[in-house]
Design a protein around this ligand. Structure first.
Ligand code: IMP
Ligand code: MG
Length: 190
């Protein structure tokens, strides 16, 4: 797989984002809420730069199912979320693609009654958003390709890779891959 963003660039950029976060919160307590599972590396690396009164919470949201790389129905599971009412929240996700996940999560957290809400994403895909959404912190803008590594997966694989890599296009065995607007389905899914 081709490397899109090497590990050292990610490390440097996460450090820069942490400086922005630290300056913005300026000693105020913050609860970082990571969107499972893709946020894991980003969250772990970011928080270790932050010298703030800090809590960590997790929330699960999934829209990509199994071997498909196209969004399916969004499911939010707040079972792992601590009581965030009245807290200052920084919601962290790996990637902003269509924007549906983060828009829905923000709505969920606002309904719960948080004191303030900011959003940080490591990656933002250019030209893919269908929901207007502006993150407060963004690591990198990337082209419209399916990427894996540094927490991002394809069918739950590749999350452990230290770089961000481009998943190759459709293979002869008919796996589902997005190609511009065209979608192909596996025989299994038909
Ligand atoms: P959205 O709701 O379309 O913005 O989708 C956001 C979620 O889709 C992210 O949290 C990822 O889990 C997943 N996703 C979107 N694009 C990619 C990608 O290129 N690689 C891996 N996961 C992706
Ligand atoms: Mg995700």
């Amino acid at each position: 797989m081709d490397i899109l963003i090497p590990a050292d660039k990610i490390r440097q950029r996460v450090g820069e984002l942490a400086s922005q976060v630290a300056a913005d919160y300026a000693g105020r307590p913050v609860t970082i809420v990571g969107v499972l599972t893709g946020c894991l590396m980003f969250l772990a690396d970011l928080v270790r730069h932050l010298d703030l009164p800090l809590r960590i919470g997790l929330i699960q949201a999934s829209s990509y199912r199994g071997e498909r790389t196209t969004p399916g129905d969004l499911h939010i599971d707040p079972a792992l979320l601590p009581d965030v009412r009245g807290r200052h929240i920084l919601l962290l996700d790996d990637i902003l693609d269509t924007g549906r996940t983060l828009a829905a999560l923000c709505e969920h957290l606002r309904r719960v009654g948080v004191a303030s809400l900011k959003v940080g994403v490591l990656l933002r895909k250019v030209g893919r958003q269908v929901v207007p959404f502006e993150p407060d912190y963004c690591g990198f803008e990337i082209p419209d390709a399916f990427v894996v590594g540094y927490g991002l997966d394809y069918n739950d694989e590749h999350r452990h890779l230290p770089d961000i890599l481009i998943l190759p296009g459709p293979s002869e065995d008919g796996e589902t891959r997005r190609q511009g607007d065209k979608e192909t389905r596996t025989q299994k899914e038909k």
